[in-house]
Design a binder for this molecule. Sequence first.
Ligand code: SAH
Length: 218
Amino acid sequence: MKNEAPRLREMMVARQLEPRGITDIHVLEAFLEVPRDEFIPGVDLREAYGDHPLPIGEGQTISQPYMVAVMTQCLELIGGEKVLEIGTGSGYQAAILSRLAGTVYSVERIESIARRTEELLRRKDYDNILIKVGDGTLGWPEYGPYDGIIVTAGSPGIPSPLVEQLAEGGRLVIPTGSDYSQRLLVLTRRGDEIIQHDEGGCVFVPLIGEYGWKDRRR
Ligand code: SAH
C-alpha cells in the first residue's frame, strides 16, 4: 500500500503508547512524525513499527517504541533544552529528542554505527543533533551541564561523570542492573541532592566503558 508508514505510526501511537501511559502530547506528536522505518537498515515496513526492539547490526538494537517513549517522557522536556544521549545506535531516539529539545548531543562507542547514523541524520536534515565517537560513560563534558541525560544501554551502576554533568533540575534516565535485566531509574538534581525514582523493569544491551561494564564481549 502506498504511503502506509503514517498509518503505521498512528497505530503504533494508539495501540502501544497511549494505552500504556504515554500522555505527553509533544512526545506523541514526535512519534507520529519521525519515520522509524528509515532508521532500521533493510527492515520490512510493518516490522519497523512492531511492538519490540530490532537488530541494527554489530549486535546492537533499536529499542521498542514504548521504551523510547517512556524514557523520553521521563525527561519532561518543555523545549529548548540541552540533552545528552549515551548510545546513539540507529539515531531514532536522538531524532525523537531533536523534535522536543533544543540540541541533542549523542555519544556512540562503535565508530561504524556512529558514522552511519551521522550520515543518515545529515541527509535527513536533523541539524540539531551532534554525534561523537567515544565512551559515553564519561559523558561529554565540553557541552555540559545538560538539562537531560538519557542512557540507552544497561549499566551496572550510575556513572558519576553523568551525575556531575547534570544541570540544576536536570534529569538522568538510565537502565541499571545486571547484564540481562535492569530497572529504569530517573535521577533529578536538586542542588547538591539527587532524587531517584524507579520507573520499572527493562532490558537493554550492555553499556560498555570505564564506568559501565568491562569490554569482554568484543
Ligand atoms: N538509542 C539507540 C539505541 C542503541 S542500543 C537507538 O535509538 O537506536 C545501545 C547503543 O549503545 C549501541 O549502539 C552501543 O554500541 C552503545 N554503547 C554501549 N556502550 C556505550 C558507551 N560506553 N558509550 C557510548 N555508546 C555505548
